[in-house]
Design a protein around this ligand. Structure first.
Ligand code: PGA
Length: 257
């Protein structure tokens, strides 16, 4: 049975390492122009960091939020190629994605490192989109819940319930990212319910009922409404389909109650 809740839906676009300067501006213009007026459907876009200030200028005065795709845990220092959380704030960001599977598995980011990054990002005033999710081999070995448990327990260790107000979780089964294979509604709902239950254990029921849990992994206009209407799915983290404004906006339209 469907439970109704007061949580808004957050649809975030992760542009990864795509777009030229011109394409980023054009995409941001189109997303801002088409953003739904419904206050219960919130949009955020996360362009490559080099385009953040340009995109921030485009989004000024719109309802669309801006996010970075990663940050370092130090405030500043000799860390060639890295970005401090406060730099993302300066560039106009409200969000940062941390723990994306491409960072965990492609760049070796550990739960401990992500915990440091999360604390630093929150301290700087960012909202964190904290990604979790199991590999195909882990799902096949029936280790999905154990993996999510570990990623949440270690990744969010030491955070206060108050800080959790600025954390969004994104459940992204790694086998569904960029593959066209989407989790079934049953798989998605079961994982999201498990995550919410774990958050209740770690931070209490009030935090668990308030926290937004996005689904990510091959979200497209044709599967968005089904996923977004599941009781514990509070939005989507969209990769490929966020690079076309009409697809991203069609996904957002699927969040309408
Ligand atoms: P996808 O990516 O929508 O292209 O599967 C999702 C993500 O990486 O967050």
């Amino acid at each position: 049975m469907r439970t109704t809740n007061m949580r808004p839906k957050l649809i975030a676009g992760n542009w990864k390492m795509y777009t030229s300067a011109a394409a980023a501006e054009e995409l941001a213009v189109a997303v801002a122009a088409g953003a739904p007026a419904d206050p219960n459907i919130r949009l955020a876009i996360c362009p490559p960091s080099i385009w953040l200030t340009r995109v921030a200028a485009v989004l000024k005065g719109s309802t669309v939020s801006l996010g970075g795709q990663n940050c370092h845990f130090e405030k500043e220092g000799a860390y060639t190629g890295e970005l401090a959380p406060a730099m993302l704030i300066d560039a106009g960001c409200q969000y940062v994605i941390l723990g994306h599977s491409e960072r965990r598995h492609g760049f070796g980011e550990t739960d401990e490192l992500l915990n440091k990054k999360t604390k630093a990002a929150l301290a700087a005033g960012l909202h964190v989109i904290f990604c979790i999710g199991e590999l195909l081999a882990e799902r096949e070995a029936e280790r999905t819940e154990a993996v999510l448990d570990r990623q949440l327990t270690a990744g969010l260790a030491g955070l206060t319930p108050e800080q959790m107000a600025n954390v969004v979780l994104a459940y992204e089964p790694v086998w569904a990212i960029g593959t066209g294979k989407v989790a079934s509604p049953e798989q998605a709902q079961a994982a999201h319910a498990f995550v919410r239950g774990k958050i209740a254990m770690l931070f209490g029921e009030v935090v668990a009922q308030a926290v937004l849990i996005q689904y990510g992994g091959s979200v497209k206009p044709d599967n968005a409404a089904t996923l977004l209407n599941l009781p514990d799915v509070d939005g989507a983290l969209v990769g490929g389909a966020s690079l076309k404004a009409e697809l991203f906006l069609a996904i957002a339209a699927g969040a309408k109650r």
